[in-house]
Every structure is written in C-alpha cells, then in structure tokens.
Design a protein around this ligand. Structure first.
Ligand SMILES: [Zn+2]
Length: 340
C-alpha cells in the first residue's frame, strides 16, 4: 500500500477554539501525524511525499474565491489590529447574501466556526494534505488496488467554499472527484465519529457520487445541522446520500451493524472506486468520547470495507491524541489489507 505524506503538513499548528463558549486548545495537533506515521511504519509501509498536483484538482471541488481566501487571507489580516490567526467573529445568516470585500467579512463567509483559524502556515499545510489525497487517488487510477493519504489537516467538514471543524480543503471529496475522471460512479464511505457534512454538501445534488456516513447522532454532537437520517440528497442526488447516525455511547456491535448497511448500499450503487474517509475518533479512547469502538472493532471495520474489493483511496480524517490512536490505525489498515 502506497502512503502519501509530507512534513510540511505538520506546520499548521493553530492555538484555540471555542467549545460551548469557552476557549480550549485545538486537539487537531501536529503530534497526530507522528502517531499515525508510527502505525504506518509498524505495518512495514513507507510514506512518500505527494507530488505537487497544482490547483486544478482542488478547484474541481472548491470555488476560486475560497481558494484565494485560504491562500491570501493571513497576509491581508496582518494589516488589521486583530488576532495573530484569522478567526471569524461575524457570520452571514443562511448565506443568502453578497460576497464581502472586507477581510473580516470574508473570514465570516468562509469559516463556519472558530475551529479553523488560518495562520501563516495553513495554506501550505492544507494544500499539501489535499495533494496527499490526490496522490492516493492517482495511485488507484494507475492501477494500485488501494493507497492511503495521511491527510492532516483533515477535510470532511469542508464545503465547496467553507472551512469548519479543523477542516479546510475536503481531501476526500477532492480524491472522489479525481477518481470520477476514470469511473462513472464513485462512493465515499465516512466512518469518522463526526458526520461528513462537507462531503455530503459537495455531492448532495449529484447522482454520480454516493456519500455514506456512519457517525454519532448530530442531535447533540458536532456538526449539529447535518447528519440526520432524513438527509437523502436532492434532485439528481436524491437517494445518493445515506446517513447512519448512532446513539451516543454506541460500541462495536451497533457500529458494525450500521457499517453492514453502508456496505450493502455501496454494493447496490456499484461504484468503480471507493474513497474511505477514515476517522479514528469513534474509538472509546478518543477525547471526544462520542462512541466506543474498540481496537478489535477497528480491525473488523477494516476487514469488512476491504472485503468490498473496490479500488480504494483511504483518506485520513479525525482521531485525536489517546494511547490507542496509532494502534487503531494499525488495526483498521491490517484488517483492510488482510481482507484483500
Ligand atoms: Zn471527527
């Protein structure tokens, strides 16, 4: 299995965000990459730096205004008497509005919450993380049965023109769109603790990309506004989005039952390729504490997804520092590879 990652992805190291109004350290830290790399090495795999694929694969998912914002806003922000990092403090109501020219206005337009501050290093880090996803997709397009993008920062909460929840560029959506170049239908399966709202949003009106997400019920969990079972897609996309929310505290049994439903829907869709949005924060050890998937559970998750026998780009999403973060990646990939 080819693995793509570059050290520049660690340079993004934001400070704090707001949780229930209180300032807290951001848990999406560079150390995550080290733990995940440790698991890759234990599997006998080596990470290689992704090629620079340019802006085209990113622009196939994200708007020009948004890419321009991510690249330039930090420099513009320095002229303000404000924070070191770009953090929004005003948001458009439901976004039925004009596009603002002010840096403060654009920060509110493009940043959904305080969990995605933009620092000087952010653009290079998120661009390279997205290129790791493109490299994984291209390896699969070139005939590899699977590849892994160690995408940090993660991506599945990012919409076409909006960052959120530690995510800036939607790495999984970018990989899926890239795979569409050679496959009529592509599926995205998201097993992160949190609903993949950005990925759902990118493809919600399309019938060529199936989006399936197993996650903790958003009624009382981020991302709050999306992730309910009733969200099934619209127009040509109707029926091509499947949300499988689980009650807080669910463990292996309920997660695997939902995963079976997800896999059945994917098989019925008959995609040419699969993107696996691989979050590890459904672990019972994860600081978010939403679900209780065990190490054995992760290995079984990997095995069942591997048994789909689809060309697969595995894209890293969440999963935060705990004693088992690295081991959970090891187990899920061991299960996946063992099933192939
Ligand atoms: Zn997550």
């Amino acid at each position: 299995m080819k693995v793509f990652y570059a050290p520049v992805q660690k340079t993004h190291d934001p400070d704090t965000f707001l949780v229930a109004g209180a300032q807290r350290p951001i848990p999406e830290v560079p150390e995550r990459a080290e733990r995940l790399l440790g698991a890759i090495q234990r599997l006998g795999l080596n990470a290689e730096a992704p090629a620079d694929h340019g802006l085209a694969p990113l622009a196939a998912v994200h708007t020009p205004e948004y890419l321009d914002f991510l690249r330039n806003i930090h420099a513009e922000w320095q002229a303000l008497d404000g924070s070191r990092e770009v953090v929004p403090n005003v948001h458009p109501d439901r976004r039925d509005c004009a596009y603002p020219s002010s840096p403060v206005g654009r920060a509110g337009y493009h940043l959904a919450d305080t969990a995605c501050p933009v620092a000087a290093e952010t653009w290079d880090a998120v661009r390279t993380s997205a290129h790791a996803a493109v490299s994984a997709a291209r390896a699969v397009l070139d005939g590899a049965p699977h590849a892994y993008g160690l995408c940090r920062p993660p991506g599945h909460h990012a919409f076409t023109d909006m960052a959120g929840g530690f995510c800036y560029l939607n790495n999984a959506a970018i990989a899926a769109q890239d795979l569409r170049g050679a496959h009529e239908r592509v599926a995205v399966l998201d097993v992160d603790l949190h609903h993949g709202n950005g990925t759902q949003g990118v493809f919600y009106r399309r019938g060529d990309v199936l989006t399936v997400s197993v996650h903790v019920d958003p009624d009382d969990f981020y991302p709050f506004f999306w992730g309910h079972a009733a969200e099934r897609g619209v127009g040509a996309g109707l029926g091509c989005n499947l949300n499988l929310p689980l009650a807080v505290g669910s463990g292996d049994e309920r997660f695997l039952a939902a995963l079976d439903a997800a896999c059945a829907r994917i098989e019925a869709f008959a995609p040419g390729a699969l993107v696996l949005s691989l979050g590890l924060d459904a672990s019972g050890d994860d600081p978010f504490g939403g679900l209780k998937v065990s190490a054995d559970g992760f290995e079984e998750i990997g095995r069942r997804i591997g048994a789909l026998s689809l060309p697969t780009a595995v894209i890293q999403e969440g999963g935060y520092l705990s004693d088992t973060l690295g081991d959970n990646l090891f187990r899920v990939l061991a299960g996946f590879l063992g099933a192939r």
